[in-house]
Design a protein around this ligand. Sequence first.
Ligand code: ZN
Length: 261
Amino acid sequence: MWEYSRVDHLTPQAVCFFCNRPLRALKGIVISDGAQEAYAGPNCAKRMLGAPEERLLDVARLALLVVSEEDPDVEPGTREDLHSDPQSGSRRSSLASTTAVERPSLPALDRVIQYLRLRYEFMQEFHLHKSTLLTEAYEAYRRTGQLDEATRKRVAGMIRNAGEQKTVFSEANIKHCIGLNHWLHEAVQQTQPERRDFLEAMVAKLHRRWTLTPGQLNGINSWGIGLRKRLHTFPHLDAHIFDGVHVPDFMSSASNGQNTR
Ligand SMILES: [Zn+2]
């Protein structure tokens, strides 16, 4: 059975194990069946292997969370459906389900530390990635390698609330932000400087609001048609990753970036 192994340098002739298209990039996904290894494009890997386990602080795995399971480049007839199918995101609503009557228990120490590190080590470009509570906790963690129980509880409570209220600060949403940020930077790098305006505008919006609309994500997918023809390592994205995420007023109002918390 094939499974994700890692992201690594590709050989110049590397082709996708599932569709045989050339990968033409420096790095890509390596899969393994325990005995042998092969390479795969991100859409094919997601479609054939499903979502990866989210190993701690592995941006390549977080990046796969925002890859769509369908691959319109394999079945070109389905591309139009993306613009007229608001239902396809509904399966995601189960991700952060809060239907349980009892509140979930507070996240354990390793999840709290993972959250802090994601916010402080992978989201520096995002507006408001710091807060007073989180900075205090992260600095204590950096100094001592630990968190005292009182601090852990305060941060864990914040994480749980964000998850229950499905705000942009939830664990699920910051992972999606980091994953999408990874692909947008990849797209910018692969694009001539004079043709980057649209992508850079999407990067700026993501950094300001910690979400993009399905329309904006579909725009990136349309924009990426040419890029995906050249690079099987650039994916078609799931346009519904941010469905149902609540953007607080201080982030959704004025676009001047002057707001503070
Ligand atoms: Zn493929």
